[in-house]
Design a protein around this ligand. Structure first.
Ligand code: SF4
Ligand code: SF4
Length: 193
């Protein structure tokens, strides 16, 4: 059957990297799971055969352990992979800071900080996320946000910037300012995050 060579060129590179990431994680997880299962099975059978534990008791304890692990997995997934907040980012006004007047001092250092994306951010498909750390905002090698203009330090996705960017208030963040009102930035800005 003839191959359509153009199809490969249409593949979204980000999607391709994401799929590789997911497949690698799934492969590693499956191997670890199989290894662990084999150990637990062998250990359980050994203890039952030796008369040290009852099979019914093992099943009962397995059920309660499963319930605990499901709850724990839910909390971890919600808290780390996604921003749990469901606020509509377009409803957020955020702090009023005259960034243009301070950008020469702060060098847009707020855009070096780690940002977790919301489901709304992800659903829009505009803001890029880090394939190696889903779903955090993607940063460049130098630590700056993927969407920050390297020269002007302005945001390239300002109209659709993430919820966290809209809510963030640098005025009381000592990582950015020694004294916001006196316009004294933290001398270690370039080392962020
Ligand atoms: S650090 Fe503060 S003043 Fe500077 S660009 Fe960010 S929000 Fe604006
Ligand atoms: S998305 Fe925009 S506002 Fe948010 S960190 Fe990146 S450049 Fe800064």
């Amino acid at each position: 059957m003839a191959m359509d060579d153009d199809k490969g060129d249409e593949t979204d590179p980000e999607l391709a990297r994401a799929l590789v990431y997911v497949h690698q994680k799934l492969g590693v997880g499956l191997l670890q799971h199989q290894e662990l299962s084999a150990h637990v099975y062998a250990l359980t059978e050994t203890l039952i055969a030796a008369g040290l534990i009852e099979r019914d008791e093992v099943e009962r304890r397995k059920d309660s352990a499963r319930e605990l692990m499901v709850e724990s997995a839910k909390a971890h997934w919600e808290g780390v992979e996604f921003l749990t907040e469901e606020t509509d980012k377009y409803e957020v006004t955020g702090p009023e800071i005259a960034c243009a007047e301070r950008i020469q001092l702060c060098r847009g250092a707020c855009c070096r900080l780690e940002v977790h994306l919301s489901r709304q951010d992800l659903a829009e498909g505009v803001v890029r996320w880090d394939v190696g750390r889903p779903y955090t905002l993607r940063h460049r090698e130098d630590g700056s946000c993927h969407h920050q203009d390297p020269t002007t330090k302005s945001c390239g996705v300002h109209g659709q910037r993430p919820l966290v960017c809209r809510q963030y208030d640098c005025r009381s963040d000592p990582r950015i300012w020694i004294d916001f009102e006196a316009r004294v930035p933290n001398p270690k800005l370039e080392q962020l995050p």
